[in-house]
Design a protein around this ligand. Structure first.
Ligand SMILES: [Fe+2]
Length: 199
């Protein structure tokens, strides 16, 4: 593959925290509430995008209507080696057993690779654990691309809109296996803690 040009490098750079429009917040502990509700604390406790970057979470705002011909997306794919991509739709009429699947997505887990999602339509929440093991909820809307690092504890849920169409990207042949918590002795968890763990 040809090396990246300067402009490709600049395009592929994750969005600076101060430019990000992603909304994220610390979740309340009320697990009786529907997982699809916002689960904010009262008062709301925002989580800074800089905090997400510390945890290894990257994000970009892209032009979802132009995803088939977007030099920025191409630059990101090239820079990060994302050779695989597909598009999935999750909604009650597109996914058989929707309510059960929703519960499975919401079980805390890690992967042995990055999890990369680019929201083309609809929206959903990615929840990630911070270094103190608190949940941060990241509201991913149309145009948001997010990368969760290998080994981070996380989960996903749709929101009350019950609809998301997202591109999944991957380096090489995709592996979607979710390894449920605990995974404290797993190599990927170890890698994660070495890079992003609290010192
Ligand atoms: Fe996952």
């Amino acid at each position: 593959m040809a090396p990246l040009t300067r402009s490709e490098q600049a395009l592929a750079e994750a969005q600076a925290p101060e430019e990000s429009t992603l909304d994220s917040w610390y979740m309340n502990n009320d697990d009786a509430q529907d997982q699809r509700s916002q689960r904010r604390k009262t008062p709301n406790e925002p989580a800074a995008i800089a905090k997400l970057r510390e945890l290894g979470v990257l994000s970009w705002k892209l032009d979802a209507d132009n995803h088939e011909n977007d030099p920025k997306l191409e630059a990101i794919r090239k820079a990060r080696g994302y050779s695989y991509q597909d598009i999935i739709t999750v909604s009650p009429d597109k996914l058989p057993g929707y309510e059960d699947k929703l519960k499975i997505f919401f079980e805390e887990h890690i992967h042995t690779d990055e999890e990369i999602r680019y929201v083309l339509e609809g929206s959903g929440f990615f929840d990630v654990r911070d270094a103190q093991d608190k949940w941060i909820r990241v509201d991913c809307q149309k145009g948001d691309m997010i990368v969760l690092p290998e080994g981070i504890y996380h989960r996903f849920t749709l929101d009350e809109g019950n609809y998301i169409k997202a591109m999944r990207l991957f380096v090489g042949e995709p592996v979607w296996t979710a390894l449920p918590r605990p995974q404290e002795s797993h190599k990927s968890r170890d890698n994660y803690l070495q890079h992003f763990g609290a010192s």
